[in-house]
Design a protein around this ligand. Structure first.
Ligand code: WTA
Length: 646
């Protein structure tokens, strides 16, 4: 075996750890009898009525369906809480670490049960029924978890909106899923600053007359404006709620949640996940990929506003009866040692974060890491974007003291859980590669014409068959679901990612091949940023592309054509940047704004993004054929104008 493999140290293996032999046995079982293999996952859940049917899938557009365990009845909150009460009532379910390092809390399964039951009754008391959509706009605090689980308990479908999104973005999501209840907090805290969550909701609701109630969690002592009849103080309303709310029996295929995510065109779409398949996949992958075992303290730094927070802060760990840490703050507050201090404080064994955080912390050198012990750590994880080998090695050597394996986990909002990843006790690692598909996952690489490519090759990443955690539809727009994922390569799910497979069969994700940006691990559509820019009165046209950024992975480069007579000043750049932040949220903040009197267009008026990408990347030696442009001279102007900007 070539020496670029990192072998997992022998002492990583504990009784119960899945080793190479065990992993191969799983693959063999899947190959021999897929249905029987999948049954193993379904059987890990606690059913109200057992399922008999395992899988019913066709990716053929004429006869499309995805159903898993579909005649069974269960409840997700019962799986995450009730079934653990007999053996784990006093075990910590959630460790909360506040933004302020002086604030932390341990919540046992018994306490979680009481909190969730009360909030489920609160939802019911405000008219929330099975199938209703509930929007949650919250900081990273246990209340967010309580309410997500309370929705699951009463059969309501939650739509969590990341706390960094703007009032406009919240409104768009509320209206799209027609939710008439919003849950928020008066304020959030991040890096010592307050986030005006309730005020943002108030602004959003100017556009949402359908919203009946706003339930307000009082996270800080700060006063907030109350709209009589509409706004409800959660702590007050809870006083009269009983701690007993029987879980709603849900069909396996009933919706569990909607999560909005950006695509290459149009507005963000509501990715819909259902009950049994999603939970079974979140639980299986959390156990397998993180070698999660009883007593482990596990910390995923993702915000619950993203899918990683759904599957790997909340549902996966709690379905497994685990202890999951929720961190409200940021990596550099009060100091850049914060992550490592939290690891020592709570004796964290498994740590899962994003490459962008690792790259940012790398800049501060080893000393802030080495000031901590981190002896409790046994496994590190990475998610959200490709991890460059330099960041991988730093993570491994400095954070993990060359002792902890790294699981580089590839997946998407749409996949519900991890699909390609090392299994730490079994898979030799290569820095920068997500290694191999988990058992049951069937990726393939195809060329532009849809021809399946064999062996060591590079192409577009597709999946030829379903897995239980797969999204089932785009909420309210099934045609868009089929169009987006199943029309590019008929009969396959197209991920939107490019990928290389090496001679060892290892997968190396190369990034999006569509117009989706990945900025600090956050997905953004170029079309979203463009439509925010053209909504400004000084702008006639905008084209947005990604370019390599040291910390963020990708930065946002905006080519902006101004209206006749408007001068492209630095002040206007600042104004446009603030405008986009206000329209979408700070994560969409442009890194570069380049005023462009003209954009490269074909004679039919289509913007040639390929050329704009090359200019932003500073790679102008080989622009390809530009003779088809309506006005090839704009290219030289753009190259000149780009100098010194990136
Ligand atoms: C990218 C986040 C390389 C990829 C879970 C995917 C990754 C998009 C990795 C999904 C990884 C995620 N290596 N790229 N380990 N993990 N990606 O929906 O481009 O926010 O399509 O889900 O992130 O982002 P999403």
């Amino acid at each position: 075996m070539p020496d670029h493999f990192f072998r997992v140290p022998g002492d990583f293996i504990r009784p119960g750890t899945l080793t190479a032999g065990g992993l191969q046995a799983q693959r063999d079982r899947f190959a021999a009898d897929p249905e029987h293999y999948w049954r193993g996952l379904g059987d890990s859940l606690d059913w109200i009525h057992e399922y008999s049917q395992v899988k019913d899938v066709s990716f053929d557009r004429a006869d499309f369906r995805i159903r898993w365990f579909y005649d069974g009845v269960l409840n997700v909150s019962a799986n995450c809480i009730d079934r653990h009460l007999r053996t784990r009532a006093d075990q910590t379910a959630i460790i909360f670490e506040g933004d302020d390092p002086g604030v932390s809390q341990h919540i046992t399964y018994a306490q979680l049960s009481e909190a969730v039951n009360k909030r489920a009754n609160l939802l019911k008391a405000h008219g929330v029924k099975k199938g209703d959509r509930v929007t949650i706009y919250m900081p990273m605090v246990p209340e967010a978890a309580y309410f997500m689980l309370a929705c699951a308990r009463v059969g309501a479908v939650h739509s969590v909106v990341f706390g960094g999104f703007s009032p406009d973005s919240i409104a768009g999501r509320i209206l799209d899923c027609q939710s008439d209840i919003v849950i928020t907090a008066n304020e959030g805290l991040r890096g010592g600053k307050t986030i005006p969550l309730k005020a943002n909701v108030d602004l959003a609701l100017l556009q949402c007359p359908n919203v009946r109630h706003v339930l307000v969690v009082e996270h800080t002592p700060a006063h907030y404006l109350t709209h009589d009849g509409r706004d409800i103080s959660v702590p007050k309303a809870l006083e009269s709620m009983s701690a007993d709310c029987p879980p709603e029996p849900m069909n396996a295929e009933d919706p569990l949640f909607i999560l909005y995510t950006s695509g290459s065109t149009g507005k963000p779409k509501g990715v819909l996940h259902t009950t049994a398949g999603y939970l079974a996949w979140a639980a299986y992958t959390h156990q397998t990929v993180f070698d999660y075992q009883d007593g482990d303290v596990y910390w995923c730094t993702a915000d619950i506003g993203w899918v990683t927070g759904h599957s790997y802060v909340l549902y996966g760990p709690l379905a497994n009866g685990g202890t999951t840490l929720m961190f409200e703050g940021v990596p550099n507050y009060p100091t850049v040692s914060r992550f490592w201090q939290v690891i020592d404080k709570h004796q964290v064994n498994i740590f899962y974060t994003a490459p962008t955080a690792i790259r940012a912390l790398m800049r501060d050198g080893e000393a802030p890491v080495k000031a901590s012990s981190r002896a409790s750590l046994r496994l590190l994880g990475s998610v959200g974007e490709p991890i460059n080998p330099e960041a991988w090695l730093w993570y491994h050597k400095v954070v993990g003291d060359s002792r902890c394996p790294i699981v580089d986990t590839w997946w998407q909002t749409e996949t519900g859980g991890i699909l390609i990843s090392p299994v730490p006790g079994a898979t030799p690692l290569k820095p920068g590669s997500a290694t191999q598909p988990l058992p049951g996952v069937q990726p393939c690489l195809v060329d532009a014409e849809g021809k399946v490519l064999d062996g060591a090759t590079e192409g577009n990443l597709c999946l030829t068959d379903s897995w239980p955690g797969q999204m089932r539809t785009v909420f309210g727009d099934h045609a868009r679901f089929l169009e987006t994922y199943f029309s590019t390569y008929p009969g396959m799910y197209f991920t939107g990612d490019g990928c290389r497979r090496d001679e060892d069969g290892y997968y190396w994700i190369t990034g999006r091949v569509d117009d989706v940006l990945n900025v600090s691990g956050h997905r953004l559509g170029t079309a979203e940023v463009e439509s925010a820019l053209v909504a400004h009165s000084d702008v006639t046209e905008a084209a947005v592309v990604g370019y390599p950024h040291d910390i963020k992975g990708q930065g946002i480069w905006c080519y902006v054509t101004l209206k006749q007579g408007v001068e492209g000043t630095d002040a206007l750049k600042v104004e446009l940047r603030n405008w986009v932040r206000q329209e979408i949220g700070p994560i969409a903040s442009p890194d570069v704004i380049q005023f462009a009197p003209g954009l490269p267009k074909t004679r039919s008026g289509k913007i040639m993004r390929r050329i704009l990408r090359k200019i932003a990347e500073g790679d102008t030696s080989n622009l390809g054929d530009i003779s088809t442009l309506a006005d090839p001279s704009v290219v030289a102007d753009l190259i000149e104008g780009a100098k010194g900007l990136g």
